[in-house]
Design a protein around this ligand. Structure first.
Ligand code: ADP
Ligand code: MG
Length: 333
């Protein structure tokens, strides 16, 4: 086997300090040292040389110093702006360096939940009816056609940031109040979406040509998978009230529907090598696309160890399948 030089780009929690006035969840998506070493060790088990790079700024410095890699394994979330996840892939593309995961365009499309919804809808995938509001003046009761309850969320965040039990609204007055607060706090458009009562799944997909859909993971809140009106808030994540269940008992027909939705969305959004889709299923058993994460957390706190176990492979092996998918796509193996 030819020994390759694999770079590793990421945003480490320890590289950033919260300043006075910053929201405590500002760097919630960044990786801990523990997660980074888990991924680094898994990558090293390939036998290739793995070299930590760090964030976009360090990457630029290293490139300027003439460093190059055969492939960069990228999980950098980026710090600011709605193109933050696109920055590392765009830099690497500019310098002709191959990398794992989705490209800058896909990162941008998926970071903006409304854009992602429009694209999957165009590909025939069901997604809750929605409205995007930049200024409160765009919200008028006489034109408001969505069915209550609705959920209001920041259109360009992740990790349930900006989502609390107050995010679900049952009247126009409530909706106005919550939308105003959200636009002001997050300084970005608010996505207002019909709330899907029922259950929730997250589905990981890896590889390309063909993509491989992993067994669906059910979300349980306080031990219950029949969520009804319950949902995943930032506080619940912090308080450890949310659990992942895989394999999740479900009828074969539902499993097939989830698999089809995941596959169609993965393709429609142009995801490469790995991604994770969040799906809500209504009480009639119809699945709806909520969002797609082209940079799901690859550490053991997320679903990857669980889905690996469900298909009879180890955590290291699933990370290697992602690495190998990127190497293969770039004709490096
Ligand atoms: N339309 C919806 N219906 C029901 N629950 C929702 C809806 N949109 C979001 N949620 C809940 O909020 C959580 C976070 O929303 P999501 O769109 O996945 O954003 P993110 O994970 O990026 O913060 C979901 O996992 C789900 O529990
Ligand atoms: Mg989500």
């Amino acid at each position: 086997m030819q020994k390759l030089k694999i770079g590793f780009t990421y945003d480490a929690k320890s590289d950033y300090k919260l300043l006075a006035g910053d929201s405590p969840d500002k760097y919630a998506e960044f990786d801990s040292e523990e997660t980074l070493s888990q991924i680094e060790n898994a990558l090293k088990s390939s036998g290739h040389n793995v070299e930590r790079i760090g964030n976009a700024h360090v990457l630029l410095q290293k490139i300027a110093q003439g460093e190059r890699w055969d492939l960069v394994f990228n999980i950098a979330e980026g710090v600011q702006g709605r193109n933050r996840e696109s920055q590392v892939p765009a830099i690497l593309e500019l310098f002709g360096i191959t990398y794992s995961g989705s490209d800058a365009l896909t990162m941008g499309i998926t970071l903006d939940k409304a854009v992602a919804k429009i694209l999957v809808k165009h590909a025939g995938v069901l997604t809750p009816e929605f409205l995007e509001i930049e200024k409160l003046s765009q919200l008028a009761e006489k034109n408001f056609k969505l069915k209550y309850p609705v959920i209001v969320k920041p259109s360009e965040e992740g990790t349930s940031k900006g989502i609390s039990t107050e995010s679900v609204c049952r009247s126009f007055d409530e909706l106005k109040k919550i939308t105003e607060r959200l636009i002001e706090k997050y300084n970005q458009p608010a996505l207002i979406e019909e709330f899907i009562k029922g259950s929730e799944f997250t589905v990981a997909v890896i590889e390309n040509d063909p993509p491989f859909v992993l067994p669906p993971v059910a979300i349980a809140i306080k031990g219950n998978t029949k969520l009804g009106e319950d949902f995943y808030t930032h506080q619940r994540v912090e308080n450890d009230e949310v659990k992942y269940i895989c394999p999740a008992p479900m009828p074969h027909t539902l499993e097939k529907k989830l698999e089809n939705l995941a596959l169609s969305s993965y393709k429609a959004l142009g995801i490469k090598d790995f991604g994770r889709l969040d799906i809500r299923v209504n009480e009639k058993g119809t699945p709806y696309f909520l969002e797609c994460n082209p940079l799901p957390n690859l550490g053991t706190i997320d679903v990857f160890p669980l889905v690996a176990k469900a298909i009879g492979i180890t955590y290291d092996q699933i990370i290697l399948r992602i690495l190998n998918a990127a190497l293969k796509r770039n004709n490096l193996i």
